[in-house]
Design a protein around this ligand. Structure first.
Ligand code: HEM
Length: 102
């Protein structure tokens, strides 16, 4: 939300406690997909975030990824450029799938 006022505006009426839990689950799906699980949950996110529903422009996902990594760098004592690259490489295919369903 700190990345852009446009993003902040999307969450003015959102229950952020619930959203945090949903996001935690969503990140779990991205990790499971990266580990070879089915893409069903990723497709569901692609559908819910598409122009017909939440209407999340694909350009916002790079900000989402940067925000995730900034958060990890603050909280993971073992964070390093290699770990950052691993996260980016692991999540990229799922995020590209969500973006492609816009
Ligand atoms: C791959 C990254 C993302 C994940 C894992 C994720 C996950 C989720 C989940 C699980 C929900 C609950 C509804 C549902 O199940 O579809 C949700 C809702 C939402 N997401 Fe995402 N999201 C991501 C990226 C984004 C981005 C980049 C934006 C905008 C900048 C965004 C904006 C929203 C909004 C506005 C809602 C609805 C909030 C409400 O109910 O008021 N999401 N997201």
């Amino acid at each position: 939300m700190k990345k852009s006022p446009e993003i902040r505006a999307m969450f003015v009426n959102t229950n952020m406690d619930a959203q945090r839990a949903l996001l935690r689950g969503g990140i779990m799906w991205l990790v499971m997909h990266a580990r070879g699980m089915s893409d069903a949950k990723i497709r569901a996110l692609g559908e819910s975030h598409s122009r017909h529903k939440l209407n999340i422009n694909p350009m916002f996902y790079s900000m989402w990824m940067d925000a995730l990594l900034e958060t990890l760098s603050r909280h993971d004592a073992e964070y390093s450029p290699e770990i950052e690259l691993s996260w980016r490489n692991a999540l990229r295919p799922s995020i590209e799938m969500i973006q492609s369903m816009y």
